[in-house]
Design a protein around this ligand. Structure first.
Ligand SMILES: [Zn+2]
Length: 109
């Protein structure tokens, strides 16, 4: 079976370690391309990965938010999942710096 992405490699069945946001989720059955290394999961395995991700509190961390106003400065609201994931509390110090023209990083001190 040729790879669906590069169409060059052969797909080989393997157990693949998955991680999300730097946290190990576990090993899952996949077909991995011998050329580009892309991993393909069947429906059942995809469901298992999603379930595990939810159990570990890694689900819903990516979200849209809006710039708000607080007095004379602007702020960014963080959803509960992000707050829990990073164990954020009011008063926690962070460092903010631009990564490029469309991104900035908020780094925990
Ligand atoms: Zn490939």
């Amino acid at each position: 079976m040729k790879c669906y992405i590069c169409n060059k490699g052969e797909l080989v069945k393997k157990e693949v370690p998955r991680e999300l946001y730097g946290k190990a989720i576990g090993k899952f059955k996949a077909e991995v391309c011998s050329h580009c290394n892309e991993a393909f999961y069947d429906e059942e395995t995809s469901r298992k990965i999603t379930e595990k991700t939810k159990k570990m509190g890694l689900w819903g961390l990516e979200a849209r938010t809006k710039i708000g106003v607080s007095g004379s400065v602007l702020d960014v609201r963080l959803n509960k999942n992000i707050v829990n994931f990073f164990h954020l509390k009011k008063g926690k110090e962070v460092r903010i710096y631009p990564e490029d023209e469309k991104r900035f990083v908020v780094e925990l001190a």
